[in-house]
Design a protein around this ligand. Structure first.
Ligand code: ARG
Length: 461
């Protein structure tokens, strides 16, 4: 039989077209577990308020248990006539506990406070899953850094050779933003841990129900302070969507480098066969599809965030049906990250670096020119002059098609009287790396400390 939650004041049922538009079970069904948990908690506060007697409470809880089992087994699913997950589950409860008892559960709650609560419960659970998967990527980066302690590579700005850096330093530069994303999810949870249940449609309940008891049973820190805010705001959801989009962006930045590094021209990494794909026509191809899908899905994750923000903009208080559009974007983010992250961490964990090639390219492109300038500064030359002198060295080398270390003593003296042959002591990648030994720098001692710090941070979550 058709169970509607609102038929009384209507002469007829909804048009087919409206029913099709209104329906949300194809995406909100994933909240069935949370809905039933909310119903159990709600049944208990109805009982505590004297609105259900002991027998009714146990009939209701038994009915909900059977419903939960049938949902889990697939024996109970949303029907064609069910508007949303709440409607479907009320029908399921009434079928199991009878209309007299089942029909009492709706007192003092609204789908408005229900949906706001259930999505928070769902996102809090999924945030924990996503955090674990992001930490797997961090672990893979830390392990790669650990496996290549002394390996040098060209550090770039503007994608041009800039200064030599350690490969480990570069890899950890991708780990820290991901660790901050994890921190963001953890910080976010403090705001998500407030339950809107008990806010009713918008104004709260007159039935003496205890929102704090429901909140505690559902794992929240407490109820929301304001029932209008509780049912109408979605900033907590938007904040989740931002962090999810940020994870996508941070993965995409690394993905772009993996794609470049994997080209013939760079030749820095080889991807494991298990994390590369072939071409249907070109037999030789081995493509970095995991990285490309990460880069592509970052766009989708950003779109989910911007779509949600656009939905929220300009909504008057309190609940508006526009808010039904809040779920698909974040559900899509959850699904996207949960399918992307395992492949991504696998790709990172199994890629192999051509460290010889990377090291040989590290000093190319006059990337030691800054070392010349800083050597001059240590000799007492003002940096303005030092910069000019080092730049003149580059110009001479470029004109003659040689490298900085090919300059003879006479060449050096001809460029500037400050340039004694001692300057050659800094014209090596090892010297350059070791000299950048302030906190956060690329010197091997500092990077070793940094690696331990990243490991320690990751283990805090
Ligand atoms: N399905 C709705 C949503 O996702 C909740 C139901 C509220 N409906 C209503 N007519 N007040 O937001």
């Amino acid at each position: 039989a058709r169970v509607s939650l609102w038929g009384g004041r209507f002469a007829g049922g909804p048009s087919q077209a409206l029913a099709a538009l209104s329906k949300s079970t194809h995406f909100d069904w994933r909240l069935a577990g949370q809905d039933i948990a909310g119903s159990r908690a709600h049944a208990r506060v109805l009982h505590a308020a004297g609105l259900l007697d002991d027998a009714e409470l146990s009939t209701m809880l038994e009915g909900l248990d059977r419903l939960a089992a049938d949902v889990a087994s697939g024996a109970f699913v949303a029907g064609a006539d069910d508007e949303d997950v709440h409607t479907a589950l009320e029908r399921g409860l009434i079928e199991r506990a009878g209309a007299d008892v089942g029909g009492k559960l709706r007192a003092g709650r609204s789908r408005n406070d229900q949906i706001a609560t259930l999505t928070r419960m769902y996102l809090r659970d999924e945030a924990r899953v996503i955090v674990g998967l992001v930490l797997d990527v961090v672990d893979a980066l830390v392990a790669q850094a650990d496996a290549h302690p002394g390996a040098a590579m060209p550090g770039r700005t503007h994608l041009q050779h800039a200064q030599p850096v350690l490969l480990a330093h570069h890899l950890l530069a991708h780990a820290w933003p991901l660790l901050r994303d994890v921190e963001r999810f953890v910080d976010w949870d403090a705001r998500a841990a407030r339950s809107p249940y008990g806010s009713g449609a918008l104004a709260g309940s007159s039935l003496g129900l205890d929102p704090a008891a429901v909140a505690a049973e559902l794992g929240f820190e407490g109820p929301v302070e304001n029932s209008i805010d509780g049912t109408a705001s979605r900033d907590v959801m938007a904040e989740f969507a931002f962090v999810a989009a940020m994870v996508g962006v941070d993965l995409s930045r690394l993905a772009e480098e993996v794609i470049l590094w994997n080209t013939k021209e760079f030749g820095f990494v080889r991807l494991d066969d298990a994390f590369s794909t072939g071409s249907s026509i070109m037999p030789q191809k081995k493509n970095p599809d995991v990285a490309e899908l990460a880069r592509g899905k970052a766009g989708r994750l950003i779109g989910d965030l911007t779509g949600l923000l656009a939905t929220l903009k300009g909504l008057p208080l309190a609940y508006n049906r526009d808010l039904q559009e809040d779920k698909e974007p974040v559900f899509d983010q959850v699904d996207t990250l949960e399918v992307l992250l395992p492949a991504f961490s696998g790709m990172v964990a199994t890629m192999t670096f051509d460290t010889e090639r990377m090291a040989s390219l590290a000093p190319q492109g006059f990337s030691l020119a800054t070392d010349v300038a800083e050597w001059l500064v240590r000799e007492g030359v003002p940096f303005r002059v030092a910069h000019e002198v080092a730049g003149a060295c580059v110009k001479v080398c470029e004109d003659r098609g040689i490298e900085l270390w090919d300059l003879t003593d006479e060449d050096l003296a001809g460029i500037s009287s400050h340039l004694t042959p001692d300057v050659r002591s800094v014209l090596s990648v090892e010297g350059s790396l070791a000299s950048r030994d302030a906190v956060g720098g690329t010197a091997p001692v500092r990077v070793a400390e940094q690696l331990e710090a990243a490991r320690a941070r990751a283990s805090e979550f």
